[in-house]
Design a protein around this ligand. Structure first.
Ligand SMILES: *[C@@H]1O[C@H](CO)[C@@H](O)[C@H](O)[C@H]1NC(C)=O
Length: 139
């Protein structure tokens, strides 16, 4: 049993791919808030440098995927289609959507994606946002 990563060639062959692996995650994985509540959806891409990042949304239960926003690099947002939301590319790895007062019809599945260029796809992830009036009398 030879341990991996013990000398330079082995390091290159076995370990470099670990550092080149990209991941995309959205947090929280789902969010349920009442109408008028605050929304914070974050997407984080690791291992891809400073990629293009995108947001899309779809109504819960299906329907068309609609474009929300994209950013070509840290600190810049190129387009934003939701009027009462704010898109913020806080760093090379983070792209967030926030709202101070969500409507019931903002409920949906929110998709984040990244790419190295405007064409080449990298990866996607998703999270669910539910704006619902909570049942009364549940304590
Ligand atoms: C979503 O709901 C809000 C508040 O009721 C309304 O003003 C807005 O027009 C609705 N948006 C769509 C796309 O239906």
């Amino acid at each position: 049993m030879t341990p991996l990563c013990t000398w330079p060639l082995s390091l290159l062959i076995h370990c470099l791919p670990l550092f080149l692996t990209q991941s995309i995650t959205q947090s929280p994985s789902s969010l349920t808030i009442p109408p008028g509540g605050r929304v914070y959806l974050n997407c984080q891409v690791l291992g891809a440098g400073d990629p293009f990042m995108y947001w899309y949304r779809q109504d819960l239960g299906g329907g068309a995927l609609s474009f929300v926003s994209y950013s070509v690099s840290a600190g810049s947002v190129q387009e934003m289609t939701l009027s009462h939301f704010n898109a913020d590319r806080g760093s090379s790895i983070d792209f967030s959507l926030t709202s101070d007062g969500a409507f019931v019809n903002d409920s949906g599945t929110y998709y984040c994606a990244w790419s190295r260029t405007g064409k080449q796809a990298g990866g996607t992830s998703q999270q669910e946002l539910r704006i619902v009036t909570r049942n009364k009398g549940s304590g």
